[in-house]
Design a binder for this molecule. Sequence first.
Ligand SMILES: NC(=O)c1ccc[n+]([C@@H]2O[C@H](COP(=O)([O-])OP(=O)(O)OC[C@H]3O[C@@H](n4cnc5c(N)ncnc54)[C@H](O)[C@@H]3O)[C@@H](O)[C@H]2O)c1
Length: 304
Amino acid sequence: MRKVGIVGIGHVGATVAHLIVSQGLADELVLIDKKPEKVASEALDFSDASSLLDKHIDVHVGDYPDLADADVVISALGHIHLIKPDGDRFGELKANLPMAKQVGADLKAVGFNGVLLAISNPVDVITGIYQQATGLPSAQVIGTGTYLDTARLKRVFGEALGVDPRSVNGYVLGEHGASQFAAWSTVNVMGQNARTWAAEKSLDLDKLENDARVGGFTVHSGKGYTNFAIAHAAVSLLQIILSDARKEAIVSHYNEDFDGYISSPAIIGRGGVVANFDLPLTPEEQDKLAASAKAIQTKTTDYS
Ligand SMILES: NC(=O)c1ccc[n+]([C@@H]2O[C@H](COP(=O)([O-])OP(=O)(O)OC[C@H]3O[C@@H](n4cnc5c(N)ncnc54)[C@H](O)[C@@H]3O)[C@@H](O)[C@H]2O)c1
């Protein structure tokens, strides 16, 4: 029995729910939103599809007591209209912070002890708030972080080389935001490092890195939100967690060195972060990671 909850059924939460339902990734899916009519309609729309699906899935509107025995709760609550088209994800901080505190307290009150996966922005800060409010071990509270930015880098680098993005390995590290950076020492295709490819093919790595960094806002500028890629990122992580895959993935998770949440790769399984390892970064990349952690702290103060 795989039980998943989603809190916040807007553009992102509804798309995550759709992927879970269409791929049969849970046996029970609990939907929670502060807009009762909207969430009831979404649940009914999914129920109408139930005779057409390959697998049985119980999708229903719920409340926090329904999440007491959930395996995974996904936070997709937010206020996307507060992010300006070329702005900063911290624009949502003031609105989302008290919501995350309350939802975390509600989950704690019902004894939720699964994995909490945060999508809500600014995701590194909100994930930390969830950890504090739920009191869960930090390993059980993770954020999508730069999983999506890494996918964007794979897209732009794959396009530049004319290969499928799945042939690109490597990471965007740091904040899910402006201070993130492509850790080029980790990026390779067919075992050859990105810098060697760049020299051979005359690629502008700074431009590719920036294209990945602003990718979310490029999508946002046309439709006012992003949903498909982030939903695939969240569902990819959900599958890793539910199947206890112990797969490496880049997520926002607690970093002792910086005493905060920031993205670096970890081994993910049923308990969330089940193992950690130090990436062999260059000294310059280590400095960029520290600077990104500092930027998250500074902006948290500035926007609070
Ligand atoms: N991490 C990423 O890579 C990434 C990518 C895309 C979007 N996001 C973030 O995901 C969040 C959702 O985006 P969206 O486009 O779906 O926003 P949206 O505004 O369309 O939907 C947010 C939903 O959350 C609900 N909500 C708000 N507060 C709530 C609460 N306390 N309890 C229950 N429901 C609540 C709202 O009613 C709404 O239905 C935003 O914070 C957005 O910035 C993150």
